[in-house]
Write a protein that binds this ligand. Structure first.
Ligand code: GLY
Ligand code: MN
Ligand code: MN
Length: 440
């Protein structure tokens, strides 16, 4: 699949953001810098998601300015071309090519930004940037404002009187995915589901958790997803009860379940799937009972994924199923209604039901508004639905349940009348999993 987000769409996003800003304001969004690992080597570079969202530009060290004065415009400050550097590290776009390649209105050398910023901020009343994320950018804006204040006595020209967080405006745009974004996310989901089909045929007792992770990396990369969207989790047996287990160094054991939580990053966008399946291809009875409970909870949550409903309602639907099921199995003692009301199920369903998904695996966007009301689902929102039950070895329950951790996670896009499950092709029911594992 070629790049499917055209330059026009990035331009349109910048225009939409400009329209959300007040008059005489400026928004600033910075690219990430490279991070040194040790002498002369860096960690793999991954662009800042906000910056990528607004530019599609994947180089480090750049700042985008959106200026909303009488002539709304975008100005990119990026690195100059440098033949010496390029011999070692590859070509840079260079600011002289940025206007044509990225369709920004103008572009300048990043090195000049500290001296240019005070000029550009003259007459600007408010400056917006994503707060709490980039101290270099915050310092740059603060310094420019201070410089203007000092000079204002003589020049009469004030700089911005308010510095504000850009997150609310930016997040509201990123929360609703465009048709092109959904197409890219479907491709990330397709590659990821294919990788899950692969590992279900790879696992057997004696293989290592990290070897399962290696199979996923292989399948992702062979399909153009050069890195996963987050650290892959492969937890055999009780390791599945550690929510963000990424050590992945234990051997797989006959009779255990394996919980795998992994997703490809494709053209910047994440997939995030979890499947839990038996190392030997066959669920034991206690494993199957708990598995079907989690599956039933996911189905109850799915019924609440539609416009007008919200994540809180979907979470409650899943929690009710899990609470009632655990009570019926004797894992929770006492009365079902009380167990639900007192949230005793939280001992075993220890995380939220899901999260927004997009350029970031835990994507931006609030779950409640300022009044504390849940944000209503709208077409184009993408989220995960991932109930789980985790019974650690130390739990005070019948020994047959101990050491079982199960999560089932799919990625769904809200549509006009419900949702579309983008990861449905990863085998999920017990029958689908056992049949698929046997078939290979
Ligand atoms: N992979 C982390 C999560 O599912 O939220
Ligand atoms: Mn996950
Ligand atoms: Mn998730």
């Amino acid at each position: 699949m070629r790049d499917v987000i055209p330059q026009d769409e990035f331009k349109q996003r910048r225009q939409q953001l400009l329209q959300l800003l007040p008059e005489r304001s400026m928004a600033l969004v910075a690219a990430h810098s490279e991070v040194t690992r040790s002498n002369d080597t860096e960690y793999p570079f991954r662009q800042n998601s906000d910056f990528f969202y607004l530019t599609g530009f994947n180089e480090p060290d750049a700042v985008l300015l959106l200026i909303n004065d009488n002539k709304p415009r975008s100005v990119l400050f990026c690195q100059d071309k440098d033949p010496k550097h390029e011999v070692w590290h590859g070509l840079r776009l260079g600011y002289e090519n940025a206007v044509e390649t990225l369709a920004v209105d103008s572009a300048e050398d990043l090195e000049t930004l500290p001296e240019r910023l005070p000029e550009l901020l003259q007459g600007i009343e408010s400056a917006f940037y994503p707060m709490g994320e980039n101290s270099v950018l915050a310092e740059l804006v603060g310094d420019a404002r201070d410089e203007l204040s000092v000079k204002a006595r003589r020049s009469g020209k004030l700089g911005p009187q308010s510095l504000s967080d850009l997150r609310p405006q930016l997040d509201s745009l990123r929360l609703i995915k465009s048709a092109n974004e959904i197409a890219v996310m479907k491709e990330a989901a397709r590659i990821s589901t294919q990788a899950f089909r692969r590992i279900m045929c790879f696992v057997e007792a004696g293989k290592q958790e990290y070897q399962v992770a290696a199979e996923l990396h292989h399948e992702f990369a062979m399909n153009g997803a050069l890195q996963p969207a987050y650290g892959i989790i492969c937890g055999g047996g009780a390791n599945a009860c550690v929510l963000h287990y990424t050590d992945n160094r234990d051997p797989l054991q006959n009779g255990d379940l394996l919980l795998v939580d992994a997703g490809a990053e494709y053209q910047g966008y994440a997939a995030d799937i979890t499947r839990t399946f038996p190392v030997n291809g066959q669920f034991s009875e206690p494993q199957a009972i708990l598995y079907n409970l989690v599956l039933k909870a996911q189905q109850a949550a799915f019924a609440e994924v539609k416009p007008g409903s919200n994540l809180v309602q979907a979470s409650e639907a899943a929690a009710r199923v899990i609470s009632d099921g655990l009570t019926e199995l004797g894992i929770l003692s006492g009365d079902a209604d009380e167990n639900f009301k007192e949230q005793r199920w939280k001992t075993y369903f220890i995380h939220g039901l899901g999260h927004w998904l997009g350029l970031d695996v835990h994507d931006v966007g609030r779950y409640r508004n300022s009044d504390g009301e849940p944000i209503a689902f709208k077409p184009g929102m993408v989220l995960t639905v991932e109930p789980g039950v985790y019974i650690p070895e130390s739990a005070d329950v019948d020994s047959k349940w101990r050491g079982i951790g199960i999560r089932i996670e799919d990625d769904v896009v809200v549509t006009a009348d419900g949702f579309d499950n983008m990861t449905a092709d990863a085998p999920k029911t017990i029958e689908e999993i056992e049949t698929w594992m046997k078939s290979q």
